[in-house]
Design a protein around this ligand. Structure first.
Ligand code: ADP
Ligand code: MG
Length: 252
């Protein structure tokens, strides 16, 4: 079987993980931000990481991208150990941070060219990748516009396109729809679900239950711990997910 294909299974029935986190903890001084976090996301799976503000979502993303390191636990990105093989692991990773990181004075294409250059791509090879990524997010018509002039949804789509240029196997998005209107949120969640259907492993952090589909994998993070992990439909049971989420995260 092709190990690059999503959901690749082995003869023993195991599925190759796109992302594997084992026993990961992180503290800010005496304050725990993550406590003994473990989960696997299958290759090509869309996994929503749902948690209220302060749950530890961005801390997890900072560890997954190696902005932070932790002496405890282990992270594997498409089979590559992040601590042992950081270059190989990070080469497989695309990231959209919580705060926009576009250069507002550059056009969309210039922003993407700059990122391509950081990955050693230039000239025609870079332009082909940039065109494909912009096309993928329906952003080609905006390529020549300055980032500053884009609306919030288009800025986010430009950032997602940028995160795809080096063809990552695993895509991390930290609250990518924060502050956007309903139509823009729906467009972006749709695009990213399509990417996972085509084989990209996705971890999507959010605090909004309406972005989670019943057939999504769902991890609920609250006060530095995982409270639930499974199929969203199973976790919500006979309740709407919003109610289930509120009851799980309500103060004791
Ligand atoms: P989320 O992204 O889910 O909103 P964060 O990972 O940003 O949560 O924060 C998790 C916890 O860690 C929160 O209690 C937050 O106040 C704390 N925290 C985050 N960043 C820092 C920091 N740089 N210094 C101290 N505490 C922090
Ligand atoms: Mg955050």
């Amino acid at each position: 079987m092709d190990p690059k294909r999503p959901g690749t299974s082995f003869s023993n029935g195991a599925v190759m993980a796109g992302l594997r986190v084992s026993n990961l903890s992180y503290n800010f001084g005496a304050k725990p931000a993550l406590q003994d976090i473990s989960f696997d996301v299958d290759r090509g799976q869309f996994c929503a990481l749902l948690g209220p503000n302060g749950a530890g979502k961005s801390t997890l993303f900072n560890l997954l991208t190696r902005l932070f390191t932790s002496p405890t636990g282990r992270i594997e990105i498409d089979g590559q150990d992040l601590a042992k093989n950081p270059r190989a692991a990070l080469a497989r990773l695309g990231i959209v941070f919580q705060q926009t990181t576009l250069d507002l004075d550059l056009t969309v294409r210039q922003n993407l060219r700059y990122f391509a250059a950081l990955h050693g791509l230039s000239g025609r090879a870079a332009d082909l990748r940039i065109d494909a990524a912009l096309e993928r997010l329906d952003m080609k018509p905006r390529a020549a516009e300055k980032a500053r002039t884009l609306n919030g949804g288009h800025k986010r789509r430009a950032e997602i396109a940028r995160a795809l240029i080096h063809k990552p196997l695993v895509l991390l998005l930290d609250e990518p729809t924060a502050g956007l209107d309903a139509a823009a949120r729906q467009a972006i969640t749709g695009h990213v679900h399509d990417l996972s259907a085509e084989g990209t492993t996705v971890l999507w952090a959010t605090h909004l239950t309406d972005e989670v589909r019943p057939d999504d994998r769902l991890i609920i993070l609250h006060q530095s711990r995982i409270l639930a992990d499974g199929l969203a439909a199973d976790i919500s049971g006979d309740q709407p997910l919003a109610d289930r989420f509120l009851s799980l995260t309500a103060p004791a």
